[in-house]
Design a protein around this ligand. Sequence first.
Ligand SMILES: [Zn+2]
Length: 471
Amino acid sequence: MILSSSWVIPVSSPPISEGAVVLDGERIQDLGPTAEMLRSYPGQQVRDFRGAALLPGLVNVHSHLELTLLRGYLEDLAFWDWIQRLTRTKYELLTREDLGISALAGVCEAIRSGVTTLGDAMDLGTSLDALTASGLRGVLFQEIFSPRPEESDDRLSDLEGKLANLEERIGFTTAGRNGPAGDRSTRINLGVSPHAPYSVSGTLFRKVQQWAASRDLPVCIHVAESEDESLLIEEGRGPMAETLRSRGIQWSAPECSPVQYLHRLGVLSRRTLLVHCVRLGAADFPILKQSGVAVAHCPKSNWKLGHGWMDLKQVFRAGIPLGLGSDSVASNNSMDLFEEMRFSLFNPSWFGRRDGPLDAGGTGEVFAAEKALHLATLGGARALGLSGSTGSLETGKQADLIAVDLTGIHTMPVYSPVTAIVHSARSSDVILTMVGGEVLFENGTVTTLDEPDLKKRVGRILQKMKPAGPA
Ligand SMILES: [Zn+2]
């Protein structure tokens, strides 16, 4: 099949005006000017997306699909109140079945928004069902919590059991995947997520890290997100410290930055994805660079929860692998990578510099629309360890792509398709979402999910949550 359009934006190479992508099953066979592709591959079915741009599917490196039902439910709370209320709602009010609906609603939104790959932190495993049902690609990080050092052996064995269960569900054996080619479960990779320095003891961090290293599993950790977390780690005080003390949990502050704390514990490596990194000190950048970690930048969530902003310029200049994440819609309140791209461009670290507002400084490299699109695609794929198979339109890569309509009055006139996509387009301008050559969204319909039924089921859960909702 040949997909043609007014523009093809491969991301790893310059945009092609009047371009086409040739598909061979789940992979990209070729791409180039439409006339050339039609000559080289005669007799193929051609689908034309006039007025649209074809580009790699967006990569959301940090989501919490299980929390989709909490969109708009936890507003205007201080961070520590927000996180405690979120935890109570998830575990005391909602059932596993509800969280399954939540994850399905989340993937439905992702597909409509042009997201083809997710890095999702989950506890109850429902994201796996949602990804398999929807056809999306992703790395699913099994969460683990416990600030009590004495529980670390038990929690590690829980984690091992949960991973074994997930592996069985995706047909994974020690010899590798046993699913047939094209099987949707082959689009899923697994990892682990010791949640954060305030919810996981140092002992448990070390044990999880050693176990993950022995299995070569990717690891996702929330770090340097809030002032409360910094107070806990640097000074052993603040609301998080008070809660730990009130629960009788031993805590001795390491008196360093959160990133330095993780570094001292030995948990930072090339397999680590650090989420947030809002509160970074000068000494943290060399640690991030030398340990080889990737960073999930979640600008909208950081602003909405009142944490502020990551020093994107310094992280970018240090050459640290970077992707964009929406975080959960409980703190965003949408999964819209177009908005995250714009937030990255409007990051205050670009402001007021002598070299100009968007210059990356000293490198001659300008952080403009192309860079934001790179973060949302190939950069994200690299941060998740998937850039060999997705994140750009290249021969041999998986056919993970989207079409974005640029004929709307809000995107016209189009001088540059990249500028139009990054600065003017909305997630609702996505008209095609494809993963591994499988169409997940077209003609306004998500093809793999029963969206009308899903909406009804979300409505029924809303009735249950309303009485217990925010005052
Ligand atoms: Zn998160």
